[in-house]
Write a protein that binds this ligand. Structure first.
Ligand SMILES: Cc1cc2nc3c(=O)[nH]c(=O)nc-3n(C[C@H](O)[C@H](O)[C@H](O)COP(=O)(O)OP(=O)(O)OC[C@H]3O[C@@H](n4cnc5c(N)ncnc54)[C@H](O)[C@@H]3O)c2cc1C
Length: 332
């Protein structure tokens, strides 16, 4: 590990000032990701700027219009928040199914959205080809282990997936990431636009600029959010990242037919993957009609491109979507 200095910022301006004094500095919140990157040699910043003392970034509040989650709110506090559990169950479930209780107590919501891929070549403790970690070095997963790789939106430069669970729930529920720059200017970015596909520059995970920080995440109140669920399929039942996950929310009419629906998948792409074609095809389908739901979502998988070892993810994802919809609809 390279030596670095540590600076505890007292407000946002102070944090940005410290970052600008030492180019390449990184902020730290819970440290559950960043400390691993330091140990693995993935990053070696000259200074680490601790943002935990910044005021007003830890609140979790809900009003009639939206849920607002401060970037420094801890995952465990958000998961246990009564308003989140009642009106945004997919968010509470996604957080409960993430990492471990100890990690959730430390980890911040801003840090969660900024976590990076769990591709074994990116995380390796020896130097392997990885365009995300060392641009231009290649992608060892192309000819190597690709069981956990993407099936949607990957490129010849990177087949990694994004690992955050709660980002999938946020994507399904039309959440917005609010970021603030060093000049005080704020941007509001839909979660679905926050993350990037790998293209030919997979070193970029998202659109956050170097002189910006996440300050909060907002999620609109909606009947779909109130009736949402998160289903996570993994190699073991706890303390594991998703092979495939689904966040689904819906509204039903009096006959049990879907009138409105949102679906996002995790574990299948470099970003949470909204199933837009499925959302368009599902309205009118009875929540009890398994075969009709399955038929309605088929078209959304037309763009799936399996690799050598991960073709199973397509069938797994389809089954998980049907199951998540039926659980959200109260029919499973
Ligand atoms: C063993 C293990 C298992 C895990 N399992 C899961 C899982 O199943 N599901 C899941 O979703 N996650 C999982 N995680 C990831 C975990 O959720 C993240 O490590 C955690 O959320 C990161 O938050 P943090 O506050 O500790 O971030 P830090 O480590 O402090 O920071 C991570 C990154 O975010 C940046 N950052 C932090 N705050 C901000 C901000 N406000 N604005 C801009 N940038 C910021 C930092 O500069 C750094 O680049 C797991 C982690 C571990 C170690």
């Amino acid at each position: 590990m390279q030596p670095f200095s540590y600076y505890r910022a007292i407000d946002l301006a102070d944090a940005f000032g410290a970052m600008q004094r030492d180019a390449g500095g990184q902020v730290i919140a819970g440290g559950t990701e960043l400390v691993n990157w330091l140990k693995e040699g993935i990053v070696s910043p000259p200074v680490i700027v601790d943002i935990n003392s910044l005021p007003d970034l830890g609140a979790v509040e809900a009003n009639a219009a939206e849920l607002s989650i401060g970037a420094l709110a801890r995952m465990s506090d958000v998961a246990a928040h009564p308003q989140v559990q009642r009106n945004f169950p997919a968010i509470a479930e996604a957080l409960h199914k993430s990492a471990s209780q100890q990690l959730r107590n430390m980890a911040s919501m801003g840090g969660n959205l900024m976590q990076r891929t769990r591709c074994p070549y990116f995380r390796a403790d020896v130097d392997l080809a990885c365009n995300k970690r060392r641009p231009g070095s290649g992608c060892a997963a192309l000819d190597g282990y690709d069981r956990t790789a993407a099936i949607f939106g990957w490129s010849e430069h990177c087949v990694a997936t994004h690992p955050s669970d709660v980002a999938v729930a946020f994507a399904a529920l039309d959440a917005t990431v609010h970021v603030r720059g060093a000049t005080g200017v704020e941007r509001a970015i839909p979660v679905t636009d926050f993350y990037m596909l790998p293209g030919d520059a997979p070193e970029h995970d998202n659109v956050l600029q170097r002189d910006e920080l996440i300050v909060r995440i907002s999620v609109p109140q909606s009947p779909v959010a109130h009736r949402s669920r998160y289903l996570k399929v993994r190699e073991r039942t706890s303390y594991e990242f998703a092979l495939v996950s689904v966040a689904a929310g819906l509204q039903l009419d009096g006959d049990g037919r879907i009138t409105d629906v949102r679906i996002a998948l995790g574990g299948v792409a470099h970003r949470p993957w909204r199933l837009a074609a499925g959302e368009r095809a599902l309205p009118g389908t009875s929540i009890t009609d398994h075969a009709a739901i399955r038929a309605a979502i088929e078209g959304a998988f037309a763009d799936a491109r399996p690799r050598r070892q991960n073709g199973f993810k397509i069938e797994l994802a389809k089954r998980a979507v049907v199951r998540a919809l039926q659980v959200a609809g109260g029919n499973a």
